[in-house]
Design a protein around this ligand. Structure first.
Ligand SMILES: Nc1ncnc2c1ncn2[C@@H]1O[C@H](COP(=O)(O)OP(=O)(O)O)[C@@H](O)[C@H]1O
Ligand SMILES: [Mg+2]
Length: 422
């Protein structure tokens, strides 16, 4: 079966499409009994990226940041994005002469609040991704899985992150501790201890990814982003600014933690500029780039390295002891090899910023962690998240859960998404 995965992230830069061929368990209805025996095998056939037209990007950013918005405009944007996603998928399919049998479309997040909060006297956690899937199904003539996050939230989770399922399948290793580090608008990681099971992952947002760097470039240089990290490479780091900002509560907050435009959007940009005073413009971009790199390394040092060094906790009993296992669990019985090497594997648009990557490599060197690219593992950095949503759609189509409760905080795994039939 060929599945088209479609992703557009918080950067609101555009649409990533991945065409993925799956083989492997088809009739896995109900709970997955064993990993990795029941996971599908997959192969990336093609991937493409389509930037949003500037006017569409402006409309999306305006909707995300709106203090108040018109329902008619939001409704129009939902259907318009459905058309744009359909165009992106059919262009990719035509170009590579591959027809997908199923589509997994994440949609564009307009709002995400993973923690329950009071609203009209009830506590609710909410999320909203747009890009009308009925339109995509009609245009392409194949079913579409969309709206992946609500099922996890209904199960008590934060609805994010959802990529850890792919991270686990792609990166798990018996002897190497691995960290999947995605640098999109926000930067987030999945830590996979050597020999760990799916229930032993650690996943959280480290802080800003490209969001701050992009915003500063737009403001100071009138460019969408710092192409190839050229500006950051030309400036100097303003150390006091980095020290001041890394002292923020967010960076000390224990995982699970999530961030978005609420934390690192407009107001953060204003504060950053204020702290940089009248410094040369390039120095401001260099400083933001280092802040991103160091906040990642700090998060690894604080919250991940200790877990790699400690023996793994016994995996939690699943579903109130319904599937009591008599099988001796070798993974939890043997202490983690504290001396195992640690690899951090970068993906996302930030992997294409050589200055950011060099800074991150330096920061990680002091922790004796080596830096790699997801491309080395068959997951091109700009396609990885799109591949993830192809995988999640494939699992949903086969009635299998693909959320990772240890990452989202949910009480149980959930079958993610809703299906629109053509
Ligand atoms: N050649 C490049 N040089 C520097 N930065 C890049 C390059 N290509 C992409 N990026 C960065 O990656 C961002 C997009 O990353 P992406 O992973 O798509 O994020 P999101 O998931 O939030 O949409 C861009 O906004 C830009 O900051
Ligand atoms: Mg993007």
């Amino acid at each position: 079966m060929i599945v088209a995965g479609v992703m557009s992230g918080t950067s609101a830069d555009g649409i990533n499409v991945a065409l993925v061929q799956f083989s492997g368990p088809k009739n896995g209805r109900g709970a997955r009994k064993s990993l990795p025996a029941q996971v599908p095998k997959f192969r990336l056939l093609a991937h493409e990226e389509y930037p949003y037209p500037p006017r569409v990007r402006r409309a999306i950013l305006a909707a995300m940041n709106a203090e108040s918005a018109r329902v008619d405009d939001l409704s129009r944007l939902n259907f318009l994005l459905g058309e744009l996603y359909a165009d992106a998928i059919s262009r990719t399919a035509r170009q590579h002469r591959v027809k997908a049998n199923l589509i997994g479309c994440h949609g564009q997040t307009l709002y995400h609040q993973g923690e329950p909060a009071n609203f009209l006297r009830r506590k609710v956690a909410v999320t909203w991704q747009i890009g009308e899937s009925a339109v995509i199904a009609a245009r392409l003539g194949v079913p579409v899985v969309s709206d992946f996050r609500p099922a996890d939230m209904a199960a008590g989770g934060k609805g994010a992150p959802l990529v850890p399922f792919l991270d686990y399948l792609a990166y798990r290793d018996a002897h190497i501790h691995r960290i999947a580090q995605n640098i999109g608008g926000i930067a987030n990681l999945t830590a996979i201890p050597a020999g760990a099971g799916l229930s032993e992952l650690i996943a959280f947002d480290t802080g800003p990814g490209n969001m701050l760097i992009d915003a500063l470039n737009e403001k100071l240089f009138g460019q969408r982003y710092d192409r190839d990290g050229k500006i950051a490479a030309s400036g100097r780091v303003l150390d006091p600014v980095v020290t001041e900002l890394l002292g923020d509560r967010f960076f000390r907050q224990k995982p699970p933690r999530t961030a978005g435009r609420e934390e690192f959007g407009r107001e953060y940009l204003a504060r950053f500029l204020l702290l940089c005073k009248r410094s040369p413009k390039a120095d401001v971009v260099t400083t933001a780039t280092l802040l991103t790199a160091r906040s990642i390394a700090d998060a690894v040092e604080r919250f991940v390295s200790p877990r790699f060094a400690a023996p793994l906790p016994a995996p939690p009993k699943i579903a109130a002891g319904r599937h009591k296992s008599h099988v001796h669990n070798a993974k939890s019985a043997s202490p983690t090899i504290a001396s195992a090497s640690i690899q951090l594997i970068v993906s996302g648009g930030g992997a294409k910023n050589p200055t950011l990557v060099a800074m991150l490599r330096d920061e990680l060197a002091r922790l004796e962690i080596s830096l790699h690219f997801s491309d080395e593992f068959g997951l091109p950095s700009s396609a990885k998240e799109a591949i993830a949503f192809a995988l999640l759609a494939h699992e949903t189509w086969h009635h299998r859960p693909s959320s990772v409760p240890s990452a989202t905080g949910a009480k149980r795994p959930a079958i993610l998404g809703k299906i629109s039939y053509a």
